[in-house]
Design a protein. Sequence first.
Length: 191
Amino acid sequence: MKPAMTRGAPTGLAVLDARDLRADPELEGRFVDSAHRILAELVAAGAALGWVEPPSRDEVAELVGHVVAAVRAGDGALRAACLGREPVGWGYWLRHTRPTHRPHADLEKIAVAAAVHGRGVGRALAAALIADARESGIEVLTLDARGDNAAALHLYRSLGFTEYGRLPDFVAVGDRRYDKVFCMLDLRRQA
């Protein structure tokens, strides 16, 4: 396991890529269960991760399978943050599929277990995914976040992302409405 190089990250944090997970059959076998547990816990607490109700294990397994297939094709990156042998977060980006958008990717998701929020795990994951994007020749990395997710927006801004658009009251959760905030990181300017 590779130790994280992010200042402020918990001691013993390792940020693994998809190859690292495949190289450890036990960890690879537990990854979907851990990813499901993290997402279900966060969504149940109201996190802005794309679900209103916690996703089923099968939904998460299908999502992880899709991401792993993209990684194998060179069209994505997957990272898992582990404390010891326990996954405590994960994230991924996927390359755009349209030919005119191939140099670009969306940072789709970063999910960190509530027990380690505020301890640098999200920053370590994001930094590793940005490095993976740069190494893969991605020119612009985009993401969107729910407007009330101040902690995530602060993290992304601190990593160099800039807001390029906002859809007011676009995200509907029951009777509540939230802005959808679009951000980008131009990796050509940071080369």
